[in-house]
Each structure stands twice: as C-alpha cells, then as structure tokens.
Design a protein around this ligand. Structure first.
Ligand code: S3P
Length: 420
C-alpha cells in the first residue's frame, strides 16, 4: 500500500486518458441490479474501495455478485429477496453507500446494523434518518452518527421537502419509496445529481421529475428488470486532469469516455468563466481569471470544489466561493483541509463558514512540511496535482487515500506527466 509519495514537478501533461468508471453510477448500478429480477451486467465498473464496500454489503445481504476486473455480474434478487446479514455491514469510508442502503433497508423485513471507518463515523446521518422516519422507518443512530441500526418496516408513501441539497439523501428516499404502500413525492432544495432517477427508469421503474427539476414522483412496487449497462468515465476523476492540464504550461490532454451528465459538470461552467474555453474535454494550459461561485451552482460542482480552489490559487485576482457549507461534512471538513494544504504552498486563502476567499496573484513557494491527504481521496489528488506546479519535488503523506475513488490515479498521472 502506498503511504508517503514524492511528487515530481511536471513541465507539461500530454496525451489521452480514459478515466475509470463513475463512482456514483457504480454504487447505483450494484444496488438496482441487486433489487431487480434477473441478471445485471455492469461494464466499466469502478473497482475502488468505496464501490467494493457496496458490493460486499450486497453480497452479505444475500445477493450473488461476481466481479472480474471491471465487469460485474449480479444475480438480482428482486425488491423482496434480500436476506438479513449475519453481522453488521462495514461500509468503510463510503458515505454514498451508507445513505443509499439506509433507504433500501428501511423497507426490508429484518434488522441491519451499519458501521464505518473513523471518517464515516463522524458524518451526519440525521439528514437521512429524519425524512425516512416520516415514511414510517425505524432508524436508530449513535448520537446522530454510525453505528446505525435499521429495523425494516412497512413504509408509507409521503411528500418530503428536503432540508439539504443532497443526492445521497434523495436517493435514499427514492429507494425507500420503491417499497412504500403508495406513490411518494420528493421536493429538492436545489437540483442534485440525477443518476438514481435515470438508472431507475432504465431498470423499469416509474419515476418522473417535474419541469422545475426539483419535484420527483416515485411509483411504488415496480417490477425491476436486470440489464446490461456500460458505466461512463467518472467526471470527478477527469476533473483532476482537466485542472492539471490547465495550470501546468505546455499541457495538452484529451480525456475520452467521460460522463457528461449536466448535474455533474458545473466545474466546466466555472472553468469557462475563468477563461478556459472548454467545449470538449480537450484541455490546454491557460492563464485564468478569478471567479465568483455562489450557492445555486454548488450541487453540480460539489466534489470538484477542491479543484476550483486550486484553479483560483493560480488566477490573476481574487476569487470567492460561497454557499458551500456542505464541504464541512464530506470525508474531511474540506474547507479546513483545503485551506491548510494550499497555505503550505504560500497560497493566500481564507476560510468562510460556507466557502473561501482566494487571491491567486501571489507566487507559490516550496512547502516546508509534507503535503497531506488527511485521509481524504479528493484532497490527496488535488495536492498531487498542485505539486506538479512546484519547482522541486514535494512529499505527499497518506497518498493511499486515492484508493477510495481512483486506485490508478498515480499511474495515470505518471503516464501523462512530462518531467522537468
Ligand atoms: C454523491 C452525492 C454527493 C457527492 C458524493 C457522491 C452521490 O454527496 O458529494 O461524492 O453519489 O449521490 P451529497 O449527497 O452528500 O451531497
């Protein structure tokens, strides 16, 4: 396992890259395959730690699943075919898997306990417990966190007005609604990634999103049918290389096979405003202008905000990011970890309760202490990209965090990086 890595500066990034499968879609493909009738085959599945937590949890719920590299075959058990696991399910670091499975297990006729690693055990679960309880679910938390025990019940169709803009909570409610006694309506605070809605339709579910893009109606007790799916490349993984090519002179990278679901690509809109005319994911170095990012666009760029901060740290002025308090409850408090890490490079960045102010005009300096992931995959990858731009090699601690979403990240980076 990688621990501390030395990141060499790069004089440019060059070449083509097909990024690994989408993490959000891989989780959902597994879950929907498990509750469908018949066989589901997932191609270009992401075999990263988070998705493997979901795969193992579903096996322990009695679903036969086989994986060969990036191809997964699921023998679906139907909506009522899961069985009680012998032991608590260990969800590792996977917030998405935890929230989605809570919604699914809330309607199953048995009791399940979910546990997770130190980071996951500090993340808020009340946001999923409370709306599920309104549907009749019984979910018991430990001071608002994992360990969590879900006692399956008959669920009632309901109308839920969501309190947080969260695709994980929305998806938990959709999975619960599939098992309810009548139709359910979910009203989002802001539109969030809609992979669950799209995939559910492909598996034969009846789900509709109103033209306001925020009101979702789910019909209960569908007969879902297994299918074959090719998972697109993860936009969030591609974004690291979009950023690297943009901030390192002499770069030209072509990213192929990237999922471009518009609920995920807010990062491209922001980058466009900063001066890089991205149309296809054909990315070259560019001098960037500062950018102002506000609340309504946060859900479509939530996982790329560390990269927006990094880009802003190279722009010729002051950038602000607001309305992003959700960053405080990710794998780490990302507002705190981004500020700590970018300051090691001499970046002028200050935190706000819900974002940052970043002045990109000051030159960076060589860090006097190692860079660190803080155990957070996206912070580790962001700092590896930042280190490419330094004059000398920099150490990156706990680099193995990349295994959560992108196990081949350092190999791909080495292949595209041209040494100084
Ligand atoms: C995800 C939703 C987002 C995102 C996470 C993946 C999903 O989380 O940050 O990486 O797959 O539904 P929230 O729902 O907590 O915003």
């Amino acid at each position: 396992m990688i621990k501390k890595l030395s990141i060499q500066p790069a004089s440019g990034l060059q070449g083509d890259l097909s990024v690994p499968g989408d993490k959000s879609v891989s989780h959902r493909g597994l879950i929907l395959g498990a509750i469908s009738q018949g066989t589901t085959i997932l191609h270009h599945f992401l075999p990263a730690a988070d998705c493997l937590s979901t795969l193992t949890a579903l096996q322990k719920l009695g679903v036969p699943i086989k994986r060969v590299d990036t191809t997964v075959t699921i023998s679906g058990r139907g909506l009522h075919g899961l069985t009680q696991p012998q032991q608590p399910l260990d969800m590792g670091n996977a917030g998405t898997a935890t929230r989605l499975l809570t919604g699914l297990l809330a309607g199953q006729p048995f009791e399940t306990t979910l546990v997770g690693d130190t980071s996951l055990s500090q993340r808020p679960m009340e946001r999923v417990r409370q709306p599920l309880q309104a549907m009749g679910a019984q979910v018991q938390l430990t001071a608002g966190h994992l360990p969590m025990t879900i006692t399956g019940r008959t669920l009632h169709g309901s109308c839920t007005e969501m309190q947080v803009a969260s695709a994980q909570v929305k998806s938990a409610l959709i999975l619960a609604a599939l098992q309810a006694d009548q139709a359910s309506t979910i009203i989002e605070k802001l539109p969030t990634r809609d992979h669950t809605e799209r995939l559910l339709q492909q598996f034969g579910g009846q789900i509709e999103t109103a033209p306001d893009q925020r009101t979702i109606t789910v019909q209960p007790q569908p007969a879902l049918v297994g299918r074959s799916l090719t998972i697109p490349g993860d936009f969030s993984s591609a974004a690291f290389f979009v950023t690297a090519a943009t901030i390192i002179p002499n770069s030209h990278v072509r990213l192929t096979n990237v999922g471009l679901n518009p609920t995920r690509t807010g990062f491209l809109n922001i980058l466009r405003r900063m001066g890089e005319p991205v149309g296809t994911l054909d990315v070259r170095f560019a001098q960037l202008h500062p950018v102002q990012v506000t609340a309504t666009e946060i859900p479509a760029v939530i996982d790329e905000l560390p990269l927006v901060a990094l880009l802003a740290a190279t722009a010729n002025g002051i950038s602000t990011i607001n309305g992003a308090a959700e960053l405080r409850v990710k794998e780490t408090d990302r507002i705190a970890t981004i500020v700590t890490e970018l300051r090691k490079l001499g970046v002028q960045i200050t935190s706000q309760p819900d974002g940052f102010v970043i002045d990109g005009r000051k030159s960076w300096r060589q860090p006097t202490e190692p860079l660190a992931s803080h155990g957070d995959h996206r912070i580790g990858m962001m700092m590896a990209i930042a280190a490419l731009r330094l004059a000398a090699p920099a150490e990156l601690e706990s680099a193995e965090a990349v295994n959560i979403s992108y196990p081949t990240f350092f190999e791909d980076l080495a292949r595209l990086s041209q040494g100084v």
